[in-house]
Design a protein around this ligand. Structure first.
Ligand code: ATP
Ligand code: MG
Length: 311
């Protein structure tokens, strides 16, 4: 069964269209990434899924039921970790998580155990008695996650959980998410860090200006722009290289010089490595390093939109 099914989801704020007929299917047990720049519509989509905002059109199904059919059942099975911290500064970590656990009707020993498990999950069990206001940014983010997962949801939705935090907390969070997946939890993970999406997600939807512009595994996404391979060669003497000569080699489409590295973009189906290297040697450029550049999601985004993912 699909865990989440979005069909034709549309949302506008007055005359500003935030989501343009989004179609996305998330399978059970996968980490699904929503990757897109600021203002792409990620949070709007999460808010609609989390029933914080209403869609204008389209259908949203979670675990086989539409939001309208079974809002309460879906809310119990889903945990949302919001982009804006939703914790009480004056309460301790324990009290914060307990509050969210109690919203789901848990009481007494069962609640206590769930709260400790959630705190342990984010590595805050030893800080249970400290007030949230004394926590670092990374610790607050981790507490925010504990609050969102205390009821052990089948589907966890996280909106940029690693923004602006220290590398240690970031690693902690990423490892925790992998642990969740191992337990069979489905995760929707929103980010504008393409490295995170690549490292963590089974499948990724690239979102831009309210539109899904590509969807798939990182390999299939890279495959969309695979017609060119990029050979990068570092040399000691760049002045010896003739751009004109390189462009005469069959298959070579573009050349880019930067620092002491020349990037040669070449059609994949043409075998010309021998010729390129022979030419560079013959010209006396003195090769110091050579490698094929791996295409990443940044390249995919650039290729599809003509803009960089980061500004
Ligand atoms: N309440 C609102 N009123 C008006 N416009 C809004 C509102 N909420 C979002 N928008 C607009 O909708 C678009 C999508 O915003 P959204 O917050 O969903 O983007 P995002 O992908 O989460 O961005 P970020 O990476 O900055 O969090 C933006 O153009 C934003 O300005
Ligand atoms: Mg957002």
């Amino acid at each position: 069964m699909n865990c989440v099914e979005l069909k034709g989801v549309y949302k506008s704020f007055k005359d500003k269209v935030a989501l343009k007929h989004i179609d996305i299917t998330v399978e059970q047990g996968e980490i699904f990434g929503l990757l897109g720049p600021n203002g792409a519509g990620k949070t709007t989509l999460i808010n609609i899924l989390g029933m914080v905002k209403r869609k204008d059109a389209g259908t949203v199904k979670v675990l086989g039921k539409t939001l309208e059919q079974a809002p309460m059942i879906i809310k119990r099975k889903m945990g949302v970790v919001p982009q804006e911290l939703a914790i009480f500064e004056e309460l301790t970590a324990y009290e914060n998580v307990r509050f969210f656990g109690s919203l789901y009707g848990f009481k007494g020993e069962v609640l206590k155990e769930k709260v400790y498990n959630a705190l342990k999950f984010v590595g805050l069990e030893e800080r249970a008695k400290d007030k949230a206001k004394h926590f670092s940014g990374g610790m607050k983010r981790r507490l925010n996650i504990a609050c969102g997962i205390v009821h052990e949801p089948e589907l966890v939705i996280m909106d940029e959980p690693t923004v602006g935090i220290d590398p240690q907390s970031r690693n902690y969070i990423l490892e925790a998410i992998k642990t969740l997946r191992r337990k069979g939890t489905t995760i929707i993970y929103t980010t504008h860090y393409m490295e995170e999406a690549e490292a963590l997600c089974d499948r990724i939807a690239i979102i831009d200006r309210g539109d899904v512009i590509a969807i798939g595994t990182k390999e299939t996404l890279a495959g969309m722009i695979e017609e060119c391979a990029v050979l990068q060669v570092a040399v000691r003497d760049m002045s010896k290289i003739s751009e004109e000569q390189l462009l005469r080699i069959k298959g070579v489409e573009r050349i880019h010089f930067e620092g002491n590295t020349v990037s040669i973009c070449s059609r994949r189906e043409v075998t010309n490595l021998d010729q390129i290297i022979a030419l560079l040697i013959q010209e006396g450029a003195e090769i110091t390093d050579i490698y094929m550049k791996e295409l990443n999601l940044e390249d995919v985004f650039l290729n599809l939109t003509g803009r960089a993912l980061r500004d």
